[in-house]
Write a protein that binds this ligand. Structure first.
Ligand SMILES: [Zn+2]
Length: 278
């Protein structure tokens, strides 16, 4: 596999926050260096259910993850497994749910916190965090710059073809401070500034880059249901492909087959949605 792509998931960022607060990402769109799409999550618009759908391309009603309390090793083919079958190397810097869904469950803190498994049929290089003890007063999230740096390290050390990074910082901030607050404005601003220097670096290393969310949040910091604030978010794409159709709102199930098609990996027949780039 020659192609390379990084998927950056900023947890819980509603459509309106991207536009209002992510000046670097918006600036690259204005400069013609990125394309911006609107995307709608699956239902329920809950983190774990969305993570599972992002990578399998099937609905929660099919993969069976009904929420954060119901995490298990999924049965469907996913981005990691299909990249591996096509000869690519995979990596993940994410919440431990991703390891449980796509490699093994339950998560063993010592065995699974960090692994390099070149023969794995799914995740070759994993660096995880569990957020154990998470609550309103203590987010238990790592600094985002540490996560971006870890992904960059994996890319250069292990020549990943596909890497995913996921961070819960903004979801936790939204649950805590809601979306009409200085704290939330500042948190989005800091995220945009921390992420920005890495994007040209990753592009120079030969990666296409997608930056998006798993779901949005409404004014009270809630998500899970059908409200557009809860379900809709932006997706920024840095790469040479173009939108394959003029659609107002993409569906989250299109993400997995799109990533596989960009990497040149076959799309399994369980992923029925149309890729949105060509
Ligand atoms: Zn989430």
């Amino acid at each position: 596999m020659d192609n390379k792509l990084l998927l950056i998931i900023l947890d819980g960022v509603p459509w309106r926050n991207w536009e209002r607060l992510f000046g670097n990402l918006e600036g690259w769109v204005d400069a013609g260096m990125a394309q911006k799409f609107r995307m709608r999550s699956v239902l329920p618009s809950i983190s774990a259910s969305c993570y599972a759908s992002i990578h399998t391309g099937v609905t929660p009603q099919v993969h069976g993850c009904t929420g954060n309390g119901n995490v298990f090793r999924l049965e469907q083919p996913d981005i990691f497994s299909e990249v591996r079958k096509a000869g690519g190397v995979t990596g993940a810097v994410t919440h431990s749910f991703w390891s449980e869904f796509f490699n093994r469950a339950p998560f063993d803190y010592v065995r699974d916190i960090e692994y390099d498994e070149p023969e794995s049929s799914t995740i070759n290089h994993g660096r995880f965090h569990t957020m154990t003890g998470y609550g309103m007063a203590n987010q238990m999230t790592p600094s985002d710059v540490d996560l971006f740096a870890t992904l960059t390290m994996l890319c250069s050390k292990h020549r990943l073809n596909y890497g995913i990074l996921h961070t819960c910082t903004l979801d936790s901030m939204g649950h805590r401070f809601f979306h009409e607050s200085q704290e939330m404005d500042h948190a989005c601003f800091v995220m945009d500034e921390m992420l920005a220097p890495f994007i040209p670096k990753w592009r120079a290393m030969g990666y296409e880059v997608m930056v998006t969310a798993d779901h949005g949040q409404d004014a009270r910091g809630h998500h899970g249901g059908r409200d557009p604030l809860q379900q809709e978010f932006a997706l920024y794409y840095f790469g040479d492909a173009q939108a394959s159709a003029d659609v107002e709102v993409l569906h989250q199930l299109q993400l997995a087959p799109t990533v596989l098609s960009r990497l040149g990996a076959p799309i399994p027949e369980t992923m029925k949605a149309e890729p949105f780039l060509s």
